[in-house]
Design a protein around this ligand. Structure first.
Ligand code: AMP
Ligand code: MN
Ligand code: MN
Length: 334
């Protein structure tokens, strides 16, 4: 693994632009993003896809592994018409770009498409394993969409309101609505450019962050009620954790996506630097979300347990009973 602090070099930018411009008329460009797409993965991919369509001349497909239904918050994003199901994805594209993907495993069954004649990895994870041909990876970028905006600028694609809506959703998702530490003056300048196209921020915020079925409100109540605070864990910095089971989802008649927002209600615990939510995906399999307020590098813990992410927001797939997964995290934290 290569931890790099600087963004793409001028050579890397030039190679990416040349590779995109080299796709012949009618050529096939495949866009991919990570499994269970979030706003940054999907927004970066579709925003770039729309930009590519504006350039014209190429065929464009967009896809993510698994192909499950998107959460309602991400329904109807501009560019959604580019999405195809995994089984419809071309087996022999001319060019592949992947967005917000730190390692090939996050592409699931679509990872083999990275063996296309040319592949470009567009990402902002410090833990990126550089698994493609050309790499536009900027660990200093608040979202993958920041890198996409740089690429569209270099391709001479002007922002319009549809491209901007995709990139804005990506940016607000990964900056936690401009609250997280990567929220630099440059991020606000990018946001200003996006808003200037006519994007409606209040409407997006309500749809993406502030909409939840009533059953999910009650489910959160039950799951938060069983949270555990361990003040001495993480070398005395404190750990707070909870878990949500498939049975919980059934009881409240909810879909798994509603659990993605749960970590935000747990991580506000002032007594703990580290927060953790286990979301059951099968009998002994858990999607684990971890957050830190700054005292702990949770990406180190996630990588050690087979996952990845950022210093203050990371995750992995936990195997076993919930107490065993928590014990593995506790051990890595100490
Ligand atoms: P989440 O808690 O799902 O919002 O994810 C937080 C961060 O951790 C994101 O940047 C993800 O890319 C990363 N992440 C989450 N789950 C995994 C996983 N199973 N493998 C690798 N990275 C992950
Ligand atoms: Mn992501
Ligand atoms: Mn991201």
């Amino acid at each position: 693994m290569t931890d790099r602090v600087s963004g793409p070099t001028e050579d890397e930018w030039a190679a990416a632009v040349a590779a995109i411009e080299a796709v012949p008329a009618g050529g096939r460009v495949l866009l991919l993003c990570h499994v269970n797409p979030d706003g940054d993965a999907l927004g970066s991919m579709l925003g770039f896809g729309l930009g590519l369509c504006r350039l014209g001349g190429r065929q464009v497909q967009a896809a993510y592994p698994g192909g499950q239904q998107l959460p309602p918050a991400l329904h109807g994003m501009p560019g959604a018409h580019l999405l195809v199901a995994p089984h419809e994805v071309w087996s022999d594209p001319d060019l592949v770009l992947c967005f917000d993907v730190a390692s090939a495993s996050r592409l699931g069954t679509l990872a083999d498409r990275m063996s296309a004649p040319t592949s470009i990895v567009v990402d902002h994870h410090a833990s990126n394993t550089r698994f493609g041909g050309i790499h536009l990876v900027d660990p200093g970028a608040a979202a993958t969409s920041v890198v996409v905006q740089g690429l569209l600028d270099r391709l001479g694609v002007p922002l319009d309101v549809q491209i901007a809506e995709c990139l804005y959703i990506a940016l607000v998702t990964d900056t936690g609505s401009f609250r997280f530490e990567m929220t630099t003056p440059a991020v606000h300048e990018l946001a200003a450019r996006l808003l200037a196209t006519g994007v409606a921020p209040a409407q997006i915020a309500r749809r993406v962050f502030d909409s939840r079925p009533f059953g999910a409100v009650r489910l959160f109540g039950a799951v938060l009620q069983r949270s555990v605070l361990e003040p001495t864990a993480a070398g005395g910095r404190g750990l707070v954790w909870t878990y949500a089971t498939l049975a919980d989802l059934e009881t409240y008649d909810q879909q798994p996506y509603v659990l993605e927002a749960l970590i935000d209600s747990v991580r506000c615990t002032v007594e703990a630097d580290v927060s953790c939510v286990l979301k059951q995906v099968a009998e002994a399999t858990w999607a684990v979300s971890m957050r830190s307020k700054g005292g702990v590098d949770v990406s180190r813990v996630a990588v050690a347990l087979g996952g990845g992410g950022h210093r203050l927001a990371a995750g992995f797939t936990g195997v076993g009973a919930a107490p065993d997964v928590i014990q593995a995290i506790r051990a890595e934290l100490d």
